[in-house]
Design a protein around this ligand. Structure first.
Ligand code: AMP
Ligand code: MN
Ligand code: MN
Ligand code: MN
Length: 291
């Protein structure tokens, strides 16, 4: 009954942050993949949402404006997605602060790479700063690959940017509490992004999820491409234990990366409330295949 399954994608990026498609290209690709409900969740900006909303309207699919914010929790960077709602001064100020910290970090990384890794780090960082509105390590990794200093993005991270490498610069992002407060003020539905990816012990992850729920979080991302069945199961149990809904998205950045295509069908255990249903009219049936 595949035709009854509504394809959704509640986590995607465009050129307004570190994606490679602009919002219109992203929507066209999503439509081509049969996506009927799409959120654009760029890092630290909602600048692409107007264009994406218009493109979705013209293709007759549903759009949810979104944003993915970096936060710090026990010294670890955590990503929190805000869906729906509206922009407000508090969110705009929060985003502007994150972007300022990002710019400072990219310059520091460039300087460190220049000093320690024998890369033209300052030049690479400058090139990123000139072209990216929200400069991320992903941009720097692409510049490192384009310069011939690493064969691909993941090795650019492994060799130069990951924790313990020459270009690693820790950042203090706003706290989880401040981040959720900002998202509440813009009346957004709040999702903890890719919880399986954080390098946390089982106990620390449980503590994070429970604090997230207490602070008013709504959902966990329980279904992403590349998640092992074991992780789907583990994160699903955490969602149920904290009475959180389940969100699903690809974290799509680049069509050249084959393992996270846009528009995965929902894969949720039957006891988990599908967050996507909150963005659909009550009448539409969301067919959810068992995980
Ligand atoms: P930043 O937010 O500047 O720390 O950059 C992180 C971004 O880089 C993430 O949003 C991902 O898009 C990407 N990223 C992080 N780690 C890796 C990795 N190991 N391999 C490939 N991409 C990564
Ligand atoms: Mn990214
Ligand atoms: Mn993320
Ligand atoms: Mn993302």
């Amino acid at each position: 009954m595949t035709s009854d399954i509504l394809r959704i994608d509640l986590h995607t990026h465009s050129t307004h942050s570190d994606g490679v498609l602009d919002p219109v290209e992203l929507v066209v690709r999503a439509v081509g993949r049969g996506v009927g409900l799409l959120a654009l969740t760029d890092h630290d900006t909602t600048a692409g949402c107007g264009a994406a909303a218009a493109a979705c309207a013209s293709h007759g699919i549903r759009f949810v404006p979104g944003v993915e914010l970096s936060a710090s929790w026990r010294g670890q960077a955590i990503h929190v997605i805000g869906l729906g709602g509206a922009d407000c001064a508090a969110l705009e100020a929060h985003n502007a602060e994150l972007r300022a910290r990002r710019r400072q970090r990219i310059e520091e990384i460039g300087a460190r790479l220049e000093r320690r890794a024998r890369l033209p780090g300052i030049r690479l960082a400058q090139a990123v700063m000139e072209t990216a509105a929200v400069p991320t390590r992903q941009h720097l990794a692409r510049a490192i690959v384009a310069g011939g200093f690493a064969p691909d993005i993941s090795r650019a991270f492994e060799r130069f940017l990951a924790r313990g490498r020459d270009g690693h610069v820790p950042v203090e992002w706003p706290s989880l509490e401040a981040t959720l407060m900002t998202l509440k003020r813009s009346r957004r539905t709040i999702v903890l992004a890719h919880p399986h990816r954080y390098k946390l012990s089982g106990g620390a992850l449980r503590a994070l999820v429970s604090e997230f729920a207490q602070l008013g979080g709504d959902a966990l991302e329980v279904s992403l491409p590349g998640m092992s069945p074991d992780a789907v199961d583990r994160i699903g149990r955490l969602a149920r234990a904290s009475r959180l809904a389940g969100s699903a998205g690809s974290d799509f950045h680049d069509p050249a990366v084959p393992w996270n295509p846009l528009g995965r069908s929902l894969k949720l255990a039957p006891e988990i409330e599908p967050l996507a249903a909150r963005f659909l009219p009550a009448a539409s049936a969301l067919t959810v295949p068992a995980a």
